[in-house]
Design a protein around this ligand. Sequence first.
Ligand SMILES: [Zn+2]
Length: 305
Amino acid sequence: MRKLTKAAIAAAGLATLAPAAAAHAAPAPAPTLFPERWIDGTNGAEPAVQVQALDADTFVLRQSVHSNFEAPFLYLLFGRDKALLVDSGAEGARIVPTVDALIAAWSARHGGKVPPLIVAHSHSHGDHVATDAAFRARPGTTVVGLKPADVAAFFGVRDWPRDIASFDLGGRRLSIIPTPGHQAAAIMVYDPRLKILLSGDTLYPGRLYVPVNFLADDRASLDRLAAFARSHPIRAALGAHIEMTTSPGKDYGHEAPAHPDEHRLELPPTQIAELRAGLRALLDAPDIRQVHDHFIIVTVPPRAE
Ligand SMILES: [Zn+2]
């Protein structure tokens, strides 16, 4: 896999941190996809947004926990014809300048061609949509709506949530997988080029909150996802937060101001089956915590959506 060099990231005007010491690596066997340790709030000088490249067309952004305890991850993918940003950050983020710099650097490598930008969302909760207004004001940008019907209409999902839509960035055809459960408009995005699954808040190394009234939806979403995973190779699921430590089953406190010894971002595809099996348990009351090594299923009271 081709990694963008640090020099290229520096050329985009983006701050990076020194690589983690080897002793800091998580004990999981597979090599990490990322050259550097993620900012985790333990370094007072950390940038407001950190960017790491998976290849020259794929960037992962992390908002500093110093600006918001959610410290979400955002994903920017380029194809030949357009760019897709999945999520716009939590309150306190200044994401537009970072995305502008990445697009300018990409454009410079492609003869000055400036791709239109689409801003979609892993789901519609506030910590993933907070800078939508700033993106709506950005030229050449389309911000996808927040209701399931908006998401279905934009991506061409005919029978929400059962259909999987195909969305072509130009030589890069993504799959858009509806996954209502955590939230009604939730989707996952699969990229066959890198074999990554952008799994939002439905699956990440942290507390997977499921409103009890959407448990059946979440189970059905994981059934469909497991079927998809049987026919599509997945190297890693990349979610929108990290709330687990490197100790199996141990999470940070709610609104933790820093994440020392943080779990890695990427989860192996085996965790899809583990989540699917976990959700089959009796989980029909709020405040149940079902602890797994790499995530914790937490039921919450019924929500409107
Ligand atoms: Zn979230």
